[in-house]
Design a protein around this ligand. Sequence first.
Ligand SMILES: Nc1ncnc2c1ncn2[C@@H]1O[C@H](COP(=O)(O)OP(=O)(O)OP(=O)(O)O)[C@@H](O)[C@H]1O
Ligand SMILES: [Mg+2]
Length: 265
Amino acid sequence: MSTATLIEPPAFEPPVVRLSGVTKEYPGGVAALRGVDLTVERGELLAIVGPSGSGKSTLLHIVGTLDLPTAGSVTIAGHDAAALSDRRLSALRAQHIGFVFQAFHLVPGMSAQDNVAEGLLYSGLPRAERRKRAARALERVGLGDRMKHRPHELSGGQKQRVAIARAVVGEPDLLLADEPTGALDSASGEAVMELIHELNQEGATIAVITHDTEIAARLPRQVRIRDGRVVEDSGPRGPLGSGRGAPGAAEGCGPETAPLPGEVR
Ligand SMILES: Nc1ncnc2c1ncn2[C@@H]1O[C@H](COP(=O)(O)OP(=O)(O)OP(=O)(O)O)[C@@H](O)[C@H]1O
Ligand SMILES: [Mg+2]
């Protein structure tokens, strides 16, 4: 069945991400997130930055609906994650979110083109169309001449560009990248960040998780987390560069936490 039949688009344009009071406690009593509020509007490019152990990957898992919070609410493109069955949550993820990880996670022994086509596995599209779109996505990331290469025949930077092509081939509402340059030398890392900037300029909404403050500083918005809390948020700047959010936005008084018409809490 096509995922499109499982998730109806909402009637208004909600933020891509809306977290409210999100807490995550792992078994054993570790509170990895403690009351996180975060709103991401369509077209944003933001860094989620913080030291090791601060909760960045936990936050990515929760925003990506790979995990549910212990408390608080998670709304992705208007859909309340807690209200969905596992099956509908998978459909939501397949339809709305693309993931990129530090370690690429490509399927070994499979060509770049087939790896990218995997990103459309749940799209309901026939295989030939998936492969055609995968070829286009590989051209888009500058790897049109590497379609048949398997992961072990690619450099680290090329592998990450294949992973990015796989993540965006289905045109998700949100691209989540966890330390996308963490395993790369500085030149390949630079090329990957350039690609991320270009995809954002073409309209993609992207959150980059990093502990690298230099990478974070070059993105339009920085959300700083420490010990599971947002300690600083430079605030959303729309795609037109409409200015920074008000100071104190991280405490919940900024414009991005204002209720929206039609919002269901
Ligand atoms: N599955 C788990 N079970 C128990 N505790 C966990 C689990 N995953 C993470 N933690 C703990 O939660 C806290 C946040 O971890 P998280 O992986 O989110 O940090 P991070 O900011 O991504 O760190 P890094 O920069 O090193 O990747 C850490 O104290 C970690 O030990
Ligand atoms: Mg991490």
